[in-house]
Structure formats: structure tokens, C-alpha cells
Design a protein around this ligand. Structure first.
Ligand code: F6P
Length: 336
């Protein structure tokens, strides 16, 4: 193995830089050259790349975003684009391509593999944690911390005004950030796609929880964490509906892209470092069409399709705690 290329694709995630650094340093250790493609798959089509050496990755482990930049590349679905990418990779003598991104980026890797003889290896990097087969994705833990920090702050003003707040978090179509941030911030309720099967009854459910909270605690603040892409008309609409039903003040807060930024927490830096080094080792070992993953602190390789062929589920014990033990409508009336 003489030359490996790396790119970051889709939504950036804190820890991507740590991963690039690990890839470069590990490759140098084995005497392998690294090329970094810029702007995701677009760089592969436009031959926008730069050689990466140890000096290029110094002082980046603590930085959010990605030094290679990222992009979504809808045109990469066509046969022509995969063939052009293959031609460009061959022209540079690349033997393996490492893709740090989410399942959309992994689908792109599979598409490329149909037209290219080289090896493709995916490294799960997304704040959403919605990649099946790995316990966590690079960036997920930092996103929870960022959401948590904001919810703690919302709690201060919510308490001062005894208001209801609806805090919308990212996650695409998954509730990993929502559930974790809700539990860690002691939020009163959480609305995520995995747990809200019937939106028609959800408003009544929220109202009955609010009433139970008022009955038990008197006037109080109440924080509901809700996933993006869940509520028709968004969280502002839901806040309005709740206000109309309860006559209580209800404020929406959309956390948005702040959750993608910031310095990665140690869990993400370590996960990114392990996965980056491991991916280089797997490339040198000749593996292809795989994603690297970590399960129970153990690194492993899985077929890359695994990432989207099965839906990753929320931690059932966290769900039980939030939905049963901590549900105000299910708490015992008298505790002796
Ligand atoms: O996949 C990461 C993510 O931040 C999702 O949580 C969110 O739904 C999406 O990307 C937003 O994408 P964009 O920045 O392209 O609007």
C-alpha cells in the first residue's frame, strides 16, 4: 500500500479533525502517503486535493469542523460521476479511499465501489449517531454536551418565569441526541420519532403531563426536548398549539447548527483517533467495502451496507427510565 486518500462528507461533526490527524499519523508510521480531498465527493470529481503530512494535522485535534471542508454532493449518485471519480483516483495512484461521514456518504462509497477497483472504507462521523453497528459515531458525544449546556441555560430562565420551553435538537430522523440530552438535563419530557408513534394523540399527552406537573409541583418550569423533523410546522407551531390548549406561556427554542460545532469532547477525540488509526490498518490489510465500528469498546469491521440496512435503536434502559420511572403521570401518589 503506497497511497490512501481521505475525505469528509455530509454534515460535519466535532472529531472529524481528530480522525484526519490519526489517519495521517498512522499512515506516516507505515510509510503510506495520504491525500486529502476537499469538499467531500465534490473534491473527488474536481480533483481538488492536497497531500497531508504530520505538519498539516498539528494543532487540529481540538478544532470542530473539518480542515478538509465538507459538502453534500447530490450529483454523486450518477454512473458518470462514479466513473469520473474512479478515473481521478487512478490518475493519482490511490489504492484506498477513507470516507468520514454518515450513511449518505457511505452509500456514495458503495456506489463508487461498483466502478472502482480500489478499496473503500467508511468511518462513522455524524452528530446524529444514526449509524447501525457502532455504539457511537464521531461527534455524537460533543453534540449532546452542546445541547445539554444550552438546555441548562434555558432551564435557568424557564425557572425564573415558570414557563414552558420546547427545545428542538438535531438528529435528522433519530432521537439519540434528544433522549440523551433530555435525560442528562433532567428535562420533563422528550419527543423523539422512535417514541412518538401517533402525533395526533401527542398534544393531549403533553397537556396531561403538564397538568400533572402543575398539580404536583404547583406553578413550575417545564422543559420538553423535541427532535427536529418531527412536528408538522415545527416547534414554533407546537408551542402555539400548547399555549392555545393550556393558556400557559410556552416558548420554542431551536438549537440548530450550534450542535455541529465546538471543540470535540474527549470521548469523540478518542473514538476518532481509534477509528482513524484502525481504518488505516484495515486498508493496509486489504479490506474493502467496510465501515469501521466500535461495540463495547472493541473496534471491528462491518460490511458498509450494515450502516443503513438496519435501523439503530435507542438504549432501551434510557427509554424505560425516561418513559416509566421519571414519567410524572406514572409516579406513585404517596411515598412513605
Ligand atoms: O446529519 C447532521 C445534521 O446536522 C442533522 O442533524 C441535520 O438534520 C442536518 O445535518 C442538517 O443539514 P444541513 O446543515 O445541510 O442543513
Amino acid at each position: 500500500m503506497r497511497k490512501i486518500a481521505v475525505l469528509t462528507s455530509g454534515g460535519d461533526a466535532p472529531g472529524m479533525n481528530a480522525c484526519i490527524r490519526a489517519i495521517v499519523l498512522t499512515a506516516e508510521h507505515f510509510g503510506v502517503q495520504i491525500i486529502g480531498y476537499k469538499h467531500g465527493y465534490n473534491g473527488l470529481l474536481d480533483q481538488e486535493y492536497l497531500p497531508l503530512k504530520a505538519r498539516n494535522v498539528a494543532n487540529i485535534i481540538q478544532r470542530g469542523g473539518t480542515i478538509l471542508r465538507s459538502a453534500r454532493c447530490s450529483s454523486f449518485k450518477t454512473e458518470e460521476s462514479a466513473k469520473l471519480a474512479a478515473k481521478n483516483l487512478n490518475a493519482l495512484g490511490i489504492e484506498a479511499l477513507l470516507i468520514i461521514g454518515g450513511d449518505g456518504s457511505f452509500r456514495g462509497a458503495c456506489h463508487l465501489a461498483k466502478h472502482w477497483q480500489g478499496q473503500v472504507i467508511g468511518l462513522p462521523g455524524t452528530i446524529d449517531n444514526d449509524i447501525y453497528g457502532t455504539d457511537a459515531t464521531i461527534g455524537y458525544h460533543t453534540a449532546i454536551e452542546t445541547a445539554l449546556d444550552s438546555i441548562d441555560k434555558v432551564r435557568d430562565t424557564a425557572d425564573a418565569f415558570e414557563r414552558i420551553f420546547l427545545v428542538e435538537v438535531m438528529g435528522r430522523h433519530a432521537g439519540f441526541i434528544g433522549l440523551s440530552a433530555a435525560l442528562a438535563s433532567a428535562s420533563d419530557q422528550v419527543l423523539v420519532p422512535e417514541l412518538c408513534t401517533d402525533l395526533n394523540t401527542e398534544v393531549d399527552n403533553i397537556v396531561s403531563h403538564l397538568q400533572a406537573a402543575m398539580n404536583k409541583r404547583g406553578n413550575c418550569s417545564y422543559i420538553i426536548v423535541t427532535a427536529e423533523n418531527l412536528w408538522p410546522g415545527g416547534v414554533t407551531n407546537l408551542a402555539q398549539t400548547l399555549h392555545e390548549k393550556t393558556k400557559l406561556e410556552c416558548r420554542p427554542v431551536i438549537l440548530g447548527h450550534v450542535q455541529r460545532g465546538g471543540s470535540p469532547v474527549s470521548q469523540d477525540r478518542l473514538l476518532a483517533t481509534k477509528m482513524g488509526a484502525y481504518a488505516v490498518e484495515q486498508a493496509i490489510a486489504g479490506k474493502t467495502n467496510i465501515m469501521v465500528a466500535e461495540q463495547n469498546n472493541q473496534l471491528l469491521c462491518l460490511p458498509i451496507e450494515t450502516s443503513w440496512q438496519q435501523r439503530k435503536t435507542l438504549d432501551p434502559y434510557l427509554v424505560k427510565i425516561q418513559q416509566e420511572f421519571f414519567d410524572i403521570t406514572k409516579q406513585a401518589e404517596h411515598v412513605v
